[in-house]
Design a protein around this ligand. Structure first.
Ligand code: GUN
Length: 302
């Protein structure tokens, strides 16, 4: 194997240790810890497992974590009322509404109701605008793109002047990561191209990339011959391609595959993220970082 593996599982440990130390210091100096509320509406198994991991991680780093689980038939009005309550609650620094929401609730309306200064997901239009402006304006970069940038930087990959090609233009990954990488900032200063379903020659663009970030949601979309030798390949895809019995637990678990043909790509790339264990673990990690940041902003120590 030619490529160096960029493991999210290892980088997560480094960052969570940094956060834990910061939380302890703030607690000692200021007598407070970050407060994070997670609102879960309904009982989707995927959402429950995601939220359970968030709670576990928040406890590990010393946050005050509130889990607010609500039935599937919760009205939009009631949810807006809950958000208003948490917006006004001084002990809460971060509000996260787990997505997707049940069909009868307007997701956009809910996300827009969260106080932008507690929007640790970074999904509120005010935070999207702040990200676009860049520099000191940025409060809460969205968690998955922030995790991607952190992985690239911590792996020691040069971003300044690098050709970055982003495959996919979603609001959650493609658009924000493209924006972050061309900013005049450390870990950025790249030349960015965004390619998508209407792009004429995907392969030609990918082949130019020093850093190739793939968030298309199509298993095996990126072929090994699309990768420039030595490139850094970040695979954001988490596609369920089947099921298997876990050796550890004996239970059925999903077989996951990324958007990149990993086995072949690792022989060509200089750096590559695995799936699972690559970008995935970074999202919750960066959520913790944003929640800590929120308290730091409030205390004037950010
Ligand atoms: N559902 C899946 N991922 C996420 C996330 O990052 N934030 C929220 N709010 N919901 C999600």
């Amino acid at each position: 194997m030619a490529a160096k593996l960029i493991k999210g599982t290892e980088i997560r440990e480094e960052i969570l240790e940094e956060i834990t130390a910061d939380v302890a210091e703030i607690k000692e100096k200021h007598g407070v810890v970050p407060g994070l509320v997670t609102i879960l509406v309904g009982e989707s198994p995927a959402s429950i497992s995601y939220v359970t991991l968030k709670i576990k991680t928040a406890h590990r780093v010393g946050f005050n974590e509130i889990q607010d689980s609500q039935p599937d038939d919760l009205s939009e009005e009631a949810l807006l009322g809950m958000i208003d309550k948490y917006n006004k609650d001084d002990s809460i620094n971060g509000i996260l509404v787990q997505l997707p929401l049940p069909k009868h609730i307007d997701e956009k309306k809910i996300l827009n109701a969260i106080d932008p200064d507690k929007d640790v997901d970074g999904f509120h239009p005010v935070n999207v605008g702040r990200l676009m402006i860049g520099g000191d304006e940025v409060k809460f970069p969205p968690c998955t793109p922030a995790g991607i940038q952190e992985m690239i930087v911590r792996a020691g990959v040069e971003t300044s002047g690098a050709e970055v090609v982003v495959v996919g233009r979603s609001n959650i990954v493609g658009k924000p990561i493209a924006n972050m990488m061309f900013q005049k900032a450390a870990g950025a200063n790249s030349t960015v191209t965004v390619v998508h379903t209407r792009t004429k020659d995907l392969a030609a663009h990918c082949l130019r990339a020093d850093i190739l970030i793939v968030a298309a949601g199509v298993p095996g979309l990126v072929k090994p011959e699309w990768i420039k030798p030595g490139a850094c390949v970040i695979d954001v895809g988490v596609n369920r391609i089947g099921e298997k019995i876990s050796e550890k637990t004996g239970k059925k678990i999903a077989i996951l595959s990324g958007d990149v043909d990993f086995d072949a790509a690792k022989e060509i790339a200089g750096y590559i993220t695995p799936v699972p264990g690559g970008v995935g673990p970074m999202t919750i990690t960066m959520l913790m970082k944003n929640t800590l940041k929120s308290l730091k902003f409030k205390l004037g120590i950010a």
